[in-house]
Design a protein around this ligand. Structure first.
Ligand SMILES: Nc1ncnc2c1ncn2[C@@H]1O[C@H](COP(=O)(O)OP(=O)(O)OP(=O)(O)O)[C@@H](O)[C@H]1O
Ligand SMILES: [Mg+2]
Length: 285
């Protein structure tokens, strides 16, 4: 019998699915099973937060959603495109997906405007590197820079910005792609609490106003509760919570962050999930 799903009445919601995984498993080349069979549907326009301790598999899942990590088995498919294992589909998916990372990967000696313009190059720079930006491209870049609240810094070198400002540049660089999906891996990990709230608020507002689907990994339960439509909790590579923020009670949150046994079989992370927490397991895990 399948385990009870906390979110079964809520997810998938009535809205269409933007991206889904089917029995997705990731085993790294060294044999470590970082993600156990995971089946989930992410609704279009939803703001989904991945929570879990360090090593729980958040980045692995997030990067699988953009083909940066390949499934060892199972599938990732995108609405309107298909299975990411097809290289042509993956390419199209990446064009419509913005990524924001903990390390902003900015070029310090370039100003904000140029860093954002580089976002237009996408994953493959190619010949576009050698031609000047058009006026329309610059105007588009300035428009996204304004949206993230940095217009007055557009000509400032990236290495002269604060961490929060740099992360805003990272967000603008993702937005200039005019993505349908935004994937953010610990975008506020290196920011102070107030700056984190402001950055997530901007990210959330922009995603909602543009109808973007967002999957964001975080370490802070309070921020997840504040911004998520849906929280997915990972532990030892398994999805152990899936539901609306109000369902993540203090007890469940604590269980999510409880220490996992230190004598794991590297290929069996599920065995490290405490039995009392199994009741929170989702079907398909
Ligand atoms: N390339 C790799 N090769 C082998 N093991 C890896 C690789 N990348 C990640 N892992 C392992 O997979 C597990 C999940 O890693 P992942 O980076 O997804 O965790 P995370 O939840 O994002 O952690 P953090 O909060 O620290 O970023 C960890 O045990 C990690 O050591
Ligand atoms: Mg990570």
């Amino acid at each position: 019998m399948k385990p009870e799903s906390l979110g079964s009445n809520l997810y998938p919601p009535l809205s269409a699915t933007a991206i889904q995984t089917q029995a997705l498993e990731v085993i790294y080349p060294n044999g470590y099973k970082a993600l156990h069979s995971t089946t989930l549907k992410i609704a279009q326009g939803s703001f989904v937060v991945l929570l879990g301790t360090s090593g729980a598999g958040k980045s692995t899942l997030l990067r699988s959603l953009n083909g940066l990590v390949e499934p060892s088995s199972g599938h990732v498919s995108v609405e309107g495109l298909g299975d990411l294992k097809d290289p042509a589909i993956l390419k199209r998916h990446r064009r419509q997906t913005g990524m924001v990372f903990q390390q902003h990967h900015l070029i310090g000696r370039l100003n904000v405007l140029d860093n954002v313009l580089l976002g237009r190059l996408g994953y493959h720079a190619g010949w576009r590197m050698f031609t000047p930006w058009t006026r329309a491209e610059k105007e588009q870049a300035l428009a996204v820079i304004e949206r993230v609240g940095l217009l007055d810094r557009a000509l400032t070198r990236a290495d002269q910005l604060s961490g929060g400002q740099q992360q805003r540049v990272g967000m603008a660089r993702a937005l200039i792609q005019q993505p349908k999906i935004l994937l953010a891996d610990e975008p506020v990990a290196s920011l102070d609490p107030n700056t984190s709230v402001r950055l997530l608020q901007s990210m959330h507002d922009i995603c909602k106003s543009d109808g973007l689907t967002a999957v964001v990994s975080l370490h802070q339960v309070d921020l997840a509760r504040q911004f998520a439509d849906r929280i997915i909790g990972l532990k030892g590579g398994a999805m152990v919570f899936d539901g609306a923020p109000e369902l993540l009670t203090p007890e469940r949150a604590e269980a999510l962050y409880q220490h996992v046994s230190t004598s794991p079989s590297p290929t069996d992370a599920t065995s490290r999930v405490k039995p009392s927490f199994q009741e929170l397991s989702l079907s398909g895990v």
